[in-house]
Design a protein around this ligand. Structure first.
Ligand SMILES: *Cc1c(COP(=O)(O)O)cnc(C)c1O
Length: 227
């Protein structure tokens, strides 16, 4: 068995154990393998081990890998910062986008998504730690954006994505993820249908799953450290 397969199995074990401890059904937590910077061969090895969803941060890299791996039934997720001049590549190659943080890029993606394809599945990225340098919409502005995105014809709003400031402290990690969940719950009370909480990475997936993550984005724990 490949090293990548071993690591993938370990990550799936972590998710399953944590979900069970939190009295959640493990199948309600999907694993997104974040393959940015790793070669197509590494993705193939993970695919051979049963992994089907992969996440990329750069539009050009996503397009290249999706083309090279077109023989595999992969679900591609774009999780990086959205640049307006790259939306067409993303609308063409991605199934999901996690990082919507302004209406203008959402409108471009909806406009550029082919009506022959299924709608692009999207999450809004919430800037939960309030860092000015990071992308993401603030909790104060998320409701307005969510209601606007929900009306776009070729997008399907699924939920929220969070990329909190790194913390080694599980209590802090859980408090932050609980905040994201409460924002999601507030949007549901406002009438939106949201089934996705994209949160948790290699170092904090236990805290995220304990607080309701439905999708964890894991890179280094599967593919090793990025160069
Ligand atoms: C790189 C990245 C990840 C994966 O991070 P790891 O710590 O390698 O698991 C998850 N989400 C986003 C948005 C990323 O850019």
């Amino acid at each position: 068995m490949s090293e990548i397969c071993n690591r993938l199995n370990r990550v799936n074990d972590r998710i399953r154990l944590t979900a069970q401890n939190a009295k959640r059904a493990p199948e309600h937590v999907r694993l997104l393998a974040v393959s940015k910077t790793f070669p197509a061969d590494a993705i193939r090895a993970a695919w051979d081990c049963g992994q089907r969803c992969f996440g990329e941060n750069y539009a050009g890299e996503l397009a290249r890998k999706a083309t090279e791996l077109a023989d595999l039934d992969i679900e591609w997720h774009f999780i990086g910062h959205l640049q307006s001049n790259k939306t067409r590549l993303i609308a063409t190659f991605a199934h999901w986008v996690h990082s919507i943080d302004r209406l203008s890029v959402a409108e471009r993606l909806s406009h550029q998504r082919s009506p022959d394809m299924p709608p692009l599945q999207v999450c809004l990225q919430v800037n939960i730690s309030g860092e000015t340098r990071k992308s993401g919409v603030s909790p104060e502005n998320i409701s307005e954006l969510a209601h606007a995105v929900a009306t776009l014809p070729h997008l399907h709003l699924r939920g929220l994505m969070a990329l909190p400031a790194i913390s080694e402290d599980p209590t802090t990690q859980r408090a932050t993820f609980a905040l994201v969940r409460s924002i999601r719950d507030r949007l549901i009370e406002e009438g939106l249908t949201l089934d996705t909480l994209s949160m948790g990475m290699s170092g904090d997936l236990e805290a995220a799953v304990s607080e309701g993550a439905t999708l964890v984005r894991v890179g280094s724990a599967i593919f090793g450290s990025r160069l």
